[in-house]
Design a protein around this ligand. Structure first.
Ligand code: 5GP
Length: 340
C-alpha cells in the first residue's frame, strides 16, 4: 500500500471508532512523545476520545508540550491501540499484562524505522518519513483538520528532534516546508528549542564529560561507554545518556560510532550506534537483536564491558572494511572513465 492508500485506510478505521490509546517506544524521545501528543490532539479534533499512555517517565524537557500532563502510565480500555515507532508490542511503553487483560479489538502501527515490522492489525510504515511526526501531520491534512497551535507544538518538537535539528539526511525541502507551516500555525520555535536543548540538568553535562573522557578511536570507528558507577557518581538518569552518541559520530573522519551504557541486574550493555553515509547501522543492530534507522540504531548485548566492546568494535571495523571493498569494486576504473 502506498502512503496515500495507507492514510485513507487509516482514516476509515479511525472514523469507525470512538476511543483510542496511543503509545510509543520505551525510553520515549522527542518523536515518540511529540507524535503521540500530536496524534491525541488530532483525534480529539475529530471528536474522538484519545489517551496517551507511557509506562516510562517523560523527560522533563518535554514538559513544554501541550498535553504532557495528561499522559497516563496505566493502560486504559479503548476501541483501538495505536503504536508509534515500535517494531513490536514488547518494545512499546505499555505494560504487556495490562494490554493482554484489556484485549483491544484493533491494533494500529505507525512507524518510520527501516527495521519496522508489520506486527499490528493495520500497519503504516514509511522509512522515508523524517519522523513519525511528519506522518501524523500528513494524516491531519488528509482528515481536513485545522492544525492548532497545540498540535503544531507537539509535531514540531517531534520533527525537530528526530531530524537532529534538521541536520540528518532524512531532512528534505518538504521537512522544512512542514516546519514552516507548523510555525505559521502558531508554534514558537525558539521556545521549543530552548526547552529541549538549553535546559539540560548539570548531571547530563557531567555524564557527557565522563563519556568523552572514555572516548576511543581506531581508524573510522569511535566508541565510548559509561558504567552504572559513573552514572551514580554524577547523579545521572538514563535520559541523561541521550545524545552522547551524536558527539562520537561528530568527529572528523569517523564513519561509525557506538556508545555503551551499562544496564543493571546482569552483565549487559545498551548500545547506541551511529553512522554517516552508506554504512547501515540498522542492519548491525538487527544482527544483535535490535533495530532502528540507516544512520542511528540500538540494541542490547550481554557480557562484560571488555567482551561487549570487543564484539561490537570488531563488527564495526569489519563493516567499514566491507564498505570500502564494495566501493573499490563498484568504482569505475581510471581506464573505463577515459574510454567513456
Ligand atoms: P538510540 O541510540 O537513540 O537509543 O536509538 C536510535 C534509534 O534506534 C531510535 O530510532 C530507536 O528507536 C532505535 N532503537 C534503539 N534501540 C532499539 C532496539 O533495541 N530495537 C529497535 N527495534 N530499535 C531500537
Amino acid at each position: 500500500m502506498n502512503n496515500q492508500a495507507s492514510i485513507s485506510a487509516l482514516l476509515d478505521l479511525i472514523r469507525e471508532r470512538n476511543s483510542f490509546v496511543i503509545s510509543s517506544h520505551v525510553r520515549p524521545d522527542g518523536d515518540a512523545i511529540g507524535s503521540a501528543l500530536g496524534l491525541q490532539h488530532l483525534l480529539e479534533a475529530m471528536g474522538k476520545r484519545a489517551s496517551v499512555v507511557f509506562v516510562d517517565s517523560i523527560p522533563p524537557h518535554f514538559d513544554c508540550l501541550p498535553g504532557v500532563k495528561r499522559i497516563a502510565s496505566r493502560f486504559i480500555a479503548a476501541d483501538a491501540v495505536i503504536f508509534l515507532e515500535c517494531d513490536c508490542i514488547e518494545r512499546s511503553s505499555i505494560d504487556r499484562l495490562e494490554f493482554d487483560a484489556a484485549r483491544p479489538a484493533l491494533t494500529i502501527n505507525i512507524d518510520h524505522h527501516r527495521s519496522g515490522r508489520e506486527f499490528a492489525d493495520f500497519n503504516w510504515i514509511d522509512p522515508a518519513a523524517a519522523a513519525v511526526g511528519t506522518m501524523v501531520y500528513d494524516l491531519a491534512l488528509a482528515a481536513g483538520v485545522a492544525i492548532t497551535t497545540a498540535m503544531a507544538d507537539c509535531l514540531y518538537a517531534a520533527i525537530l528532534t528526530d531530524t537532529g535539528s534538521f541536520n540528518y539526511s532524512s531532512t528534505s525541502a518538504s521537512t522544512f516546508a512542514m516546519a514552516e507551516r507548523l510555525l505559521q500555525s502558531g508554534t514558537d520555535a525558539n521556545r521549543i528549542a530552548h526547552a529541549i536543548y538549553f535546559s539540560n540538568p548539570a548531571s547530563k553535562v557531567r555524564l557527557l564529560g565522563i563519556a568523552l573522557t572514555n572516548l576511543q578511536i581506531d581508524g573510522g570507528v569511535s566508541w565510548s561507554h559509561v558504567t552504572l558507577a559513573d552514572m551514580e557518581r554524577v547523579g545521572a538518569s538514563v535520559e541523561d545518556c541521550e545524545g552522547v552518541a551524536s558527539h562520537l559520530i561528530g568527529i572528523a573522519s569517523i564513519e561509525v560510532a557506538v556508545f555503551l551504557r551499562e544496564l543493571s541486574g546482569q552483565p549487559q550493555f545498551r548500545l547506541s550506534l551511529r553512522s554517516r553515509g552508506q554504512l547501515d547501522v540498522s542492519r548491525i543492530a538487527e544482527h544483535f537483536g535490535g533495530g532502528g534507522h540507516h544512520n542511528a540504531s540500538g540494541c542490547i548485548m550481554d557480557g562484560s564491558l571488555a567482551e561487549v566492546t570487543e564484539r561490537i568494535v570488531s563488527h564495526l571495523r569489519a563493516a567499514c572494511t566491507q564498505l570500502h571493498t564494495d566501493a573499490l569494486v563498484n568504482a569505475p576504473t581510471q581506464a573505463s572513465i577515459l574510454l567513456a
